[in-house]
Structures are given as structure tokens and as C-alpha cells.
Design a protein around this ligand. Structure first.
Ligand SMILES: Cc1cc2nc3c(=O)[nH]c(=O)nc-3n(C[C@H](O)[C@H](O)[C@H](O)COP(=O)(O)O)c2cc1C
Length: 208
């Protein structure tokens, strides 16, 4: 029988989602069966944010780990999975509000006794996020595995400025800025890297 993996994820600007797709192609390439569970907030955040104040408000709330209620998860979450990938972005140093809500309300019933692989997309800071998730996983008796972490490849301060612009739906077209900041988020090379990580991990899962 095939090794079965459930991928539970939340993605706001689709960066986690894009890398996750590559990662899962890699897992599938190694012969694993994959199913996806997308976490959806009851009240999704606006995108782009309509004002700086509204953006700052969300950043502040997530800094204090404010939960964002998600819609009920589907029945498939309760099946007997061999592994679970738990993926999402870093928000104000922490896991995002929807992931925190998932952990509070479904962590124990879905993840208890399961091998869980944290998968993180961030601009640059992920360690506190990882520590928080690891603690929460241990609390609900899951078995946390080594995380996969992807940081935006552009240098600071451009990636920080670029993130704020992206979240406010703004674009700077100036050549000088574009020279330092070609795109928001992850690169194609990171997509390929994610594929190879998935393939390698998949092989090790199949071998047992
Ligand atoms: C409200 C908010 C807060 C964020 N805070 C951080 C942070 O503290 N550290 C960091 O490295 N990235 C931070 N980011 C950037 C995201 O982690 C990054 O853009 C990630 O790739 C987004 O993934 P997604 O598109 O799947 O949502 C923040 C993004 C948002 C929307």
C-alpha cells in the first residue's frame, strides 16, 4: 500500500502554496499519495490592505498571536495518515492566525500520534515561528519532524520594503529599486529546491 500524506496549509499571498506544490510533486514522484486540506478563515483578511493602519493592525494582532477562526476542517483530516505536512507563512514572528486557530481547535484530534512536518514560508524570520509550532505539536502529542523553511531570497532592506508594498498593493517601477528587488516572494530556484527536498524525503518515507 502507498505511503499516505495529508498536507494541511494556509497561504495568504500564495507563496507557501507555490512552494508546497513543488514539494508535493517531489513527494508524488517518489510514489506517495498526497491529499490537501486548505485552511480557510471564516472572515478572510483583505488583500491588498486598504490602508497602512489596517496592515499595522493585523501585524500587531498577529504579534500577540491573535487567532483567526477557520472554517471546520473536512472529514479526510481524521483518516489514518502516515505523515502530515503542516504549512503556512510566518506572521510577526509567529505562525499565522489561521494556523494557530487550527492548532487550538483541531491539533489534538487531527495530529495526535502523527508524524508532522512543519513547512514554513517567510521573508526572513522563522525561528520563533518554528519553536511555537514545535511546542504546540508536542502539547497535542504529535511527533514533530525536521522543518522545511524557505526565506525570500532578495536582500534586506529591499525584501522588507517589497513585502510592505505587496501587502498594500503598490508597485515601485523605478529602475534603481527594481535592480535590487526584481520580484516579491520566492524564486524559481527555490521551487526546484522544494521539489528535490520532496523527492528525497519521499524516498526516505517509502524506504521506511
Ligand atoms: C501580516 C504579515 C506579517 C508578516 N510578518 C513576518 C515576519 O514577522 N517575519 C517574516 O519573515 N515574514 C513576515 N511576513 C512575510 C511572510 O511570511 C512571507 O511573505 C510569506 O512568504 C508569505 O507566505 P504566503 O504567501 O503563503 O502567505 C509577514 C506577512 C504578513 C502578511
Amino acid at each position: 500500500m502507498k505511503t499516505r500524506v495529508l498536507v494541511i496549509y494556509y497561504s495568504f499571498t500564495q507563496q507557501t502554496h507555490i512552494l508546497l506544490k513543488h514539494f508535493c510533486y517531489g513527494l508524488e514522484n517518489s510514489g506517495l499519495e498526497i491529499q490537501y486540506e486548505r485552511l480557510q478563515p471564516v472572515e478572510p483578511y483583505e488583500f491588498p490592505f486598504k490602508s497602512d493602519l489596517r496592515l499595522a493592525n493585523v501585524m500587531l494582532k498577529t504579534f500577540f498571536k491573535k487567532r483567526n477562526e477557520i472554517q471546520p476542517v473536512s472529514e479526510q483530516c481524521y483518516q489514518d495518515w502516515d505523515y502530515i505536512v503542516l504549512a503556512g507563512p510566518t506572521w510577526s514572528y509567529h505562525p499565522s492566525g489561521p494556523i494557530l486557530d487550527f492548532m487550538d481547535r483541531y491539533g489534538e484530534s487531527v495530529l495526535s500520534g502523527k508524524k508532522v512536518i512543519p513547512f514554513i514560508s517567510c521573508r526572513s524570520y522563522w525561528r520563533i515561528h518554528h519553536l511555537t509550532i514545535k511546542r504546540m505539536l508536542c502539547r497535542c502529542k504529535a511527533l514533530p519532524m525536521a522543518p522545511f523553511v524557505f526565506q525570500h531570497p532578495t536582500k534586506e532592506p529591499y525584501r522588507f520594503i517589497g513585502l510592505l508594498l505587496q501587502l498594500r498593493g503598490r508597485v515601485i517601477r523605478g529602475k534603481w529599486f527594481r535592480k535590487h528587488y526584481a520580484f516579491y516572494g520566492h524564486s524559481k530556484a527555490q521551487g526546484e529546491e522544494a521539489f528535490h527536498y520532496g523527492e528525497t524525503l519521499g524516498k526516505s518515507m517509502v524506504e521506511g
